[in-house]
Design a binder for this molecule. Sequence first.
Ligand SMILES: *Cc1c(COP(=O)(O)O)cnc(C)c1O
Length: 381
Amino acid sequence: MTDRIREFLRNRRDDGPIMVVDLEVVAENFTKFARALPDTRVFYAVKANPAPEILNLLAEMGSCFDCASVVEIEQAMATGASADRISFGNTIKKEKDIARALQYGVRLFAVDCEAEVEKIARQAEILGARDAKVFCRFLQDCEGAEWPLSRKFGCAAEMAPRVLEHAHRLGLQAYGLSFHVGSQQTNMGAWDAALTTASSIFATLAERGIELKMVNMGGGFPTRYLKDVPAAEAYGAAIFEALTKHFGNRLPETIIEPGRGMVGNAGIIESEVVLISKKSDEDEVRWVYLDIGKFHGLAETMDEAIRYPIRTERDGDAVAPCVLAGPTCDSVDVMYEKKPYDLPVSLSIGDKVLIEATGAYTTTYSTVGFNGFAPLASVCI
Ligand SMILES: *Cc1c(COP(=O)(O)O)cnc(C)c1O
């Protein structure tokens, strides 16, 4: 936790859980990414945390934005960033939203099938957007990722040339490729595997007279939860080595889209212990109920995938395993049970608990008011 967050929480008088983001940490993270891959443009994945203060800061620092919807595009444009700094990176878009993006001046679109190419081509034609570019996302194995992405996005590598040729034929610029190695990817070799595939698709299309220009290397850069993770520089070095290995001295234009790695470690949630109980006299594991749970931003504890570091005022005392649960009347509102969480035996009702590294994928995953509990409040300092 940073001194600025500590100071903010010391002076806080409001009740209820809150996520506090230290913008200085976001700025440091951006600088680290920019330095780790100096020739690569950074497109912040807006979905990780769309707080206007974060978007404004990143826009000022020169970041571009990966947006998944018209609303995210509007949020990015509200910073004053021009449309050429925005990518419509969702492979699943309504045609009217594509039209809206084109009207805003956005020209970079993700696709993973011919039907999506056709929507973009049709709207580009209607709106006279001759310079619209598409990149094709291919499926990538997410081995090593703690929050893997499914087969939902991307097509088989063998299919990508056909999708891009279709785009070319319909008058769009077949611009490049994208992949995502899975979120919280702790294996730096994952990018090498994906770039092997990317370079072979480049070669296939070159033989057919289409010269691709760009590789979008997605997100996946980790944040530190309970275990140390390699620094951005190490990822940068591994990725640069893989790029030169597969593309030699004809390096394509490159993009990265960090979400979690940009904001995860910048945020902390302050929560309160509502109840501590046991289910029977023999029960060895206590149940600790917080005033925040799966429905208030901790959705990534689904299947206990992401284990957040938790700090209490009693750290240093003896610990014992606890089941950690949220306050709502839904039985899925349990964060850690299969693998209980060690917390101090002295932990008491009313204690404050800090859930660290919660700057990404929390506030927007909060329900609007399930059971009457307000959505997760957040503040940027
Ligand atoms: C979610 C997403 C990202 C961000 O992923 P992280 O693992 O949070 O860095 C990047 N690109 C696309 C297309 C995404 O959907």
